[in-house]
Design a protein around this ligand. Structure first.
Ligand code: PAF
Length: 305
């Protein structure tokens, strides 16, 4: 058994280390020859966790490699999923196991439609990790990972995953889990990106709290129309708890904006607004956030021109 990892960012590299600890082989699929040249500076991951430093040496491959793939973990940004899967599609064997471990929604359905012959799972994780070039990986927490099959004929767990040294729960119905993550992301990510603040700072001002409340109310309405139960407590309270617990963090969307990268707004708030439109629900607050984050990205792009 050997897992290929598409998306060699912090989570992809963390999973390479976890596979290694679980005695499962893995190969990181690098984006291009420049990424391969950077990798070759050290040929390994220096994995920092608590006071421990370990080394992990997964195999690496360039995009022009041709061998068949039976097990594929996708940790790319949500917006890259389809293009990345299309590029690798000729290498996927029938019945190939694919795990999508990403933020956002919409790409899971697109993957199912593109690859009906494959067994596909979706997963979410609260693991926290970041990369420090050239080869350091800092694992803040292994967190909790929830995984579930996206179609009835797919088994509960992919091959080898029970060996991973993490807290892993298999869910028969992963879609509501994805919605819960989406709901939290809809509230925290765009607001922190627009306000340029840490997660905890959303709770500091009455104006931001009032906005959070409106955003959460709309998300709850759309989730309800989609037949999803979110949390046992109101979404706003859940969001407050997450913003408090991750108070010092910069949300992934704010980090993307700061680094001039594309954000996952279309797979987070964009997905919510598309769903709202289908159900005929007005979402003025979320729609405004969607426009504002799009504008931030465009302003950034025109600065770069
Ligand atoms: O995307 C993120 O940054 C995280 O999912 C969350 C929960 C907003 C905390 O930072």
């Amino acid at each position: 058994m050997h897992w290929y990892i598409l998306g060699a960012g912090a989570i992809g590299r963390l999973w390479a280390c976890l596979f290694d600890q679980g005695s499962v082989g893995s190969t990181l699929l690098l984006r291009n020859t420049a990424a391969l040249a950077r990798w070759q500076l050290s040929n390994r991951i220096e994995w920092h966790e608590s006071d421990l430093i370990r080394h992990c040496t997964p195999d690496v491959e360039t995009p022009d490699s041709k061998g068949p793939i039976r097990h594929l973990l996708v940790t790319t940004k949500a917006y890259d999923t389809l293009t990345a899967l299309q590029a690798i599609q000729p290498r996927l064997l029938p019945g190939c196991e694919i795990v999508l471990l990403q933020n956002g929604m919409g790409q899971q359905q697109a993957a199912l439609e593109l690859l009906p012959e494959c067994n596909i799972w979706a997963a979410t994780t609260t693991a926290g990790a970041w990369c420090e070039p050239p080869d350091r990986l800092h694992c803040i927490s292994r967190g909790e990972t929830l995984i579930g099959p996206l179609s009835a004929s797919t088994p509960a767990l992919p091959s080898g995953w029970s060996r991973l040294p993490i807290s892993l729960s298999d869910c028969t119905d992963i879609v509501p889990v994805l919605w819960r993550k989406l709901a939290i992301n809809c509230a925290i990510n765009p607001l922190t990106a627009i306000e340029h603040c840490r997660n905890g700072a959303l709770l500091d001002s009455p104006r931001r709290m009032a906005l959070l409340q409106e955003v959460c109310h709309e998300v709850e309405q759309v989730a309800k129309a989609a037949g999803m139960t979110l949390f046992e407590i109101p979404l706003l309270q859940q969001v407050e708890a997450v913003a408090h617990a991750t108070g010092d963090n910069l949300s992934s969307m704010l980090q993307d904006i700061r680094h001039g990268r594309q954000t996952e707004i279309e797979q987070i708030t964009g997905f919510l607004c598309r769903q709202a439109h289908e159900f005929g629900i007005e979402t003025p607050y979320n729609s405004a956030l969607l426009q504002q984050v799009r504008a931030l990205t465009m302003a950034r792009e025109s600065q770069d021109d």
